[in-house]
Ligand binder design. Structure first.
Ligand code: ADP
Length: 177
């Protein structure tokens, strides 16, 4: 467990759908109508109520975020955000990925949510290099903590040991451990 300015930063290896937090973040696509990877897992675990709400929302631009309830999952909400498809790195992917994290946290704050869990957005089908993506994730979360109050814990959920160890290395450095 790490700490940055009174906010707990936790890294775990596991399935984000099982976490009992205020909000889990979904790495969705622009339609918000479901897909593979973590998106598929969230819709399967949460049940049809999430898709019903997503249909009403009607999509989400890349880098922005939208919120629904979490259906049958133990968390209270799902924050759906859309990371960029990685096209080599010169198409503004870094800023879009940063925005996906930052805007998810802004939406969490609007709903007065204190604990939030993120998957490694864009690092699956969307092809973002995992190490760069993890640095952007941690940077965006720390910037948010610098700028805003109210957050208590951010959990970075990895679906593999390798990705977990990447976050560990980055957070060891960023928090001087
Ligand atoms: P994207 O389209 O944004 O790349 P993916 O769902 O394909 O989204 O992958 C994002 C990350 O989520 C990947 O690192 C993948 O290993 C991870 N992932 C897949 N299923 C889960 C899950 N149930 N819990 C947490 N992370 C998951």
């Amino acid at each position: 467990m790490y700490k940055y300015k009174d906010v707990k930063l936790t890294i775990i290896e596991g399935d984000i759908t099982k976490l009992k937090v205020d909000a889990i973040v979904n790495a969705a696509n622009n339609t918000l109508l479901g897909g593979g990877g973590v998106d598929g897992a969230i819709h399967r675990a949460g049940g049809p109520v999430i898709l019903e709400q997503c249909k009403k929302i009607g999509g989400c631009p890349t880098g922005e975020a939208r919120i629904t309830t979490a259906g049958n999952m133990p968390s209270k909400y799902v924050i759906h955000t859309v990371g960029p498809v990685y096209k080599g790195g010169s198409k503004g992917e870094d800023k879009l990925l940063y925005n996906a994290y930052y805007n998810s946290l802004k939406l969490a704050k609007e709903y007065e949510l204190k604990t939030i869990a993120f998957p490694s957005i864009s690092t699956g089908v969307y092809g973002y290099p995992k190490d760069e993506a993890a640095k952007i994730a941690v940077g965006a979360v720390m910037d948010f903590i610098d700028n805003e109050k109210g957050l208590e814990e951010v959990i970075f959920v990895s679906f593999s040991k390798d990705n977990y160890l990447l976050y560990k290395e980055i957070l060891d450095k960023a928090t001087n451990q």
